[in-house]
Design a protein around this ligand. Structure first.
Ligand code: HXC
Length: 258
C-alpha cells in the first residue's frame, strides 16, 4: 500500500516499518497508527515475511501520541473511539515476531509501542520515558502494565509518577531492552536478528513466541502445561525433522514454512 507516515519495505524475509514523521519526532497521530496497523497486517498475511522490524530515525523512535491531536479531545471522544486500543494493538496481536529498533526518544506512546513489540534493541542514544504525568494524563497504551511486568514495581512507579527519562544503559540494566548497540549499527543489528528468526522453522518460531507470551497471561502450572503441548506439537512439524537431521548430518538446516 501507499503510506504517508511510514516507509514500509521488505528486505528479503523481513518486513521493515520506518516511522516517518520526522518533523513531529514521529508523534503517533491517528493516521500514523492506522497505517501501522495496515502495514503489520500486510506483513502478517505475507507468507514470505518471517519477522518484522519497527524503527524510527536517529532523533526519535516516537515521542508519544500526538499531543496536538489529543489536546481538544473530550472524555466521550476518547471513550467512544476506545482510544487507543482500536488502532494500537497490532504489534502485540500479531503472531510473527516484531522487533523494536529504538534510537533517540521513545516516550509515552512511543515507549508503549516499543514494549508492544516482542523485544527491543536499543541504540546507545535511546531514551525511554513515560512523561504522560507531566501533561495531565497517564499512560494509556500499556505503560502501567507492560512496563511494570517488564521491570518491576519500583522502577515502573518512579518512571510513571515522575516522568523521568532513562538512557539506554539504564534500560538495559533494568531488563527493558534486550541489548544496546552503537547507534550506527542499530538497524543492521535489528535486521540481522529478524533475518535470523525468519530463517528458522516458521511454526517453531510462532509457537515459541506464543509460549513466552503465555507467561504473562497464566499461572505457572498452566503456562508450563501450555509450553509442553506446543513442544509436543513441534514434533509434528517438518522443521523438527529437518532441524535435528541437519544437526546429526553436520550441515546447515534448510527450513520451510511447514
Ligand atoms: C505532537 C510533538 C510531540 C508529540 C514532539 N513534537 N513530541 N508533537 N506530539 N508527542 C513536536 C514538537 O511540537 C515540535 O514541533 C517538534 O516535534 C520537535 O520537538 P521539540 O520539542 O522542539 O524538540 P526537542 O526540544 O528536541 O524536545 C524533544 C522532546 C519533546 C523532549 C521529545 O519534544 C517532548 O517532550 N515531547 C513530548 C513528549 C511527551 O510528552 N510524550 C508523551 C505524549 S502523551 P514544532 O512544530 O514546534 O517544531 C502519550 C500518551 C499515550 O504518548 C497514551 C496512549 C496513546
Amino acid at each position: 500500500g501507499d503510506y504517508d507516515n511510514l516507509v514500509v519495505e521488505k528486505r528479503g524475509a523481513v518486513g521493515l516499518i520506518t516511522l516517518n514523521r520526522p518533523k513531529a519526532l514521529n508523534a503517533l497521530s491517528d493516521a500514523l497508527t492506522a497505517e501501522m496497523t495496515d502495514a503489520l497486517e500486510e506483513f502478517e498475511s505475507d507468507e514470505e515475511v518471517g519477522a518484522v522490524v519497527i524503527t524510527g530515525n536517529e532523533k526519535a523512535f516516537a515521542a508519544g501520541a500526538d499531543i496536538k491531536e489529543m489536546q481538544p479531545k473530550s472524555f466521550s471522544d476518547v471513550y467512544l473511539a476506545d482510544f487507543i486500543t482500536s488502532t494500537w494493538e497490532a504489534p502485540s496481536k500479531g503472531r510473527k515476531p516484531v522487533i523494536a529498533a529504538v534510537a533517540g526518544y521513545a516516550l509515552g506512546g512511543g515507549a508503549e509501542l516499543a514494549m508492544m513489540c516482542d523485544f527491543i534493541i536499543a541504540a546507545d542514544s535511546a531514551k525511554f520515558g513515560q512523561p504522560e504525568i507531566s501533561i495531565g494524563i497517564l499512560p494509556g497504551a500499556g505503560g502501567t502494565q507492560r512496563l511494570t511486568r517488564s521491570v518491576g514495581k519500583s522502577k515502573a512507579m518512579e518512571m510513571v509518577l515522575t516522568g523521568r527519562m532513562i538512557d539506554a544503559e539504564e534500560a538495559e540494566r533494568m531488563g527493558l531492552v534486550a541489548r544496546v548497540v552503537p547507534a550506527s549499527d542499530l538497524l543492521n543489528e535489528a535486521l540481522l536478528a529478524a533475518e535470523k528468526i525468519a530463517a528458522f522453522s516458521r511454526p517453531a518460531v510462532l509457537m515459541a513466541k506464543e509460549a513466552v507470551n503465555s507467561a504473562f497471561e497464566t499461572p505457572l502450572a498452566d503456562g508450563l502445561r501450555y509450553e509442553r503441548r506446543l513442544f509436543h506439537a513441534a514434533f509434528a512439524t517438518e522443521g523438527q525433522k529437518e532441524g535435528m537431521a541437519a544437526f546429526l548430518e553436520k550441515r546447515p538446516a534448510k527450513y520451510t514454512n511447514r
